[in-house]
Design a protein around this ligand. Structure first.
Ligand code: NAD
Length: 367
């Protein structure tokens, strides 16, 4: 950020990446953070903890698609940037019901862009010059790689497989169109699978961690050999701040740590960490809970990121996957109150259509 304190509007700041980003912005910059979040099932005020009451943090409960609310927020708070994270984000949910994904990720992003364009067009020259719209998207827009293929670059062809990925691709195209057509200073980021604290426990790492801690079966989709390129959420947040500061308006940046692992390797790392945490659990015992189950339809085989461009801005990942996972498993074991609040009224067994409160295991994938 520049010397004068700025206001940043973060959307989806009560979600997994958003809450980690809001924390980092408050701790490492002098920015004021306006946090707009609808608090869907995935958004938790508990994820913000004491930061909720930070003097530079303002939480606003609302929808990115609410043009009147967003317009009023922009005109009154005058943010120097909008960091857009709000989304429906779970692939399996998008397969069960794509409508909310289209509503929030495509139409919601479109409404937010419209409001930003109006604000930016009417702003004074100085404000217009420094304004940025930072769009937070996923590598899933590129589709699937074969084992031997080179990692995704920013010029890889869009080829989304799931309704989630297609809705994010739609939002990326809208952001780029607003940059090209109207000159809105927007930047797109496409990151690989994130993991770390405060991730909703329907995603692979927290779900497997909680089940492993409880001694429940650990179901893996298909052969468990799908590959994801894992990125610690702190490295993602630091990359977003770097791109906000130094990224080229109209440009796009892939973010990844070069930590390709099969889903089986990921779950085995979790099992190893859990062996060391649960009293009386012998080395190698948790791994025996792994079960292969029917694959997800349209399941992408491999994602991998070429992060050369964002590295060119000086960003480097700081967390190794094995240490990051081990610390993440410990975090879930130590934060029972957050887990209880996040999963209240939520039946993890239902995720695989196993019926309410079935003790049976939901299947999971790395996104
Ligand atoms: P999340 O599901 O944990 O959080 C999403 C947040 O958005 C929640 O707090 C939710 O309440 C809020 N939200 C949803 N609809 C909204 C609306 N209409 N208006 C306002 N707020 C709304 O998601 P996440 O994992 O933190 O992902 C954040 C962003 O990063 C998403 O855009 C996602 O596509 C992208 N992304 C995620 C990953 C990953 O691995 N988690 C990787 C790459 C990119």
């Amino acid at each position: 950020m520049t010397a004068a304190p700025q206001t940043l509007l973060v959307t989806g700041g009560a979600g997994f990446i958003g809450s980690n980003l809001v924390r980092m912005l408050l701790a490492e910059t002098d920015a004021r953070v306006v946090n707009l979040d609808l608090l869907t099932y995935a958004g938790r005020l508990e994820s913000l903890g004491v930061v909720q009451d930070h003097p530079r943090h303002e939480f606003v409960h609302g929808d990115i698609a609410d043009a009147a609310l967003v317009g009023e927020l922009l005109r009154s708070r005058r943010p120097a940037a909008v960091l857009h994270l709000a989304a429906e984000s779970h692939v399996d949910r998008s397969i069960e019901g794509p409508a909310p994904f289209i509503t929030t990720n495509v139409l919601g992003t479109g409404a937010l862009l419209n409001a930003c364009l109006e604000y930016w067009s009417e702003a004074a020259a100085g404000e217009r010059g420094r304004f940025r719209f930072l769009h937070v998207s996923t590598d899933e827009v590129y589709g699937s790689l074969t084992a031997a293929a080179a990692p995704f670059t920013e010029t890889s062809r869009y080829d989304p497989s799931s309704p989630y990925a297609a809705s994010k691709a739609g939002s990326d195209h809208l952001v780029r169109a607003f940059a090209r057509t109207y000159g809105l200073p927007a930047i797109v980021t496409n990151a690989s699978n994130n993991y770390g604290p405060y991730q909703f426990p329907e995603k692979l790492i927290p779900l497997m961690t909680l089940r492993a801690l409880a001694g429940l079966p650990l179901p893996l989709y298909g052969d468990g050999l799908q590959v994801r390129d894992w990125l610690h959420v702190k490295d993602q947040c630091r990359a977003l701040i770097t791109v906000l500061r130094l990224g080229q308006p109209g440009g796009s940046y892939n973010i990844g740590a070069g930590a390709e692992r099969t889903n089986r390797q990921v779950v085995e790392s979790i099992c190893q960490a859990v062996d060391g945490i649960v009293e009386g659990r012998r080395d190698g015992e948790t791994k025996k809970l792994i079960r292969l189950v029917a694959d997800r339809p349209g399941h992408d085989r491999r994602y991998a990121i070429d992060a050369t461009r964002v590295r060119g801005l000086g960003w480097r990942p700081s967390e190794s996957f094995e240490e990051g996972v081990s610390r993440t498993v410990r975090w879930y074991a130590d934060n029972e109150a957050w887990v209880a609040a996040a999963t209240r009224g939520f039946d993890l067994g239902r995720r695989a259509g196993l019926g309410p409160n079935s003790g049976a295991a939901p299947s999971a994938s790395g996104g």
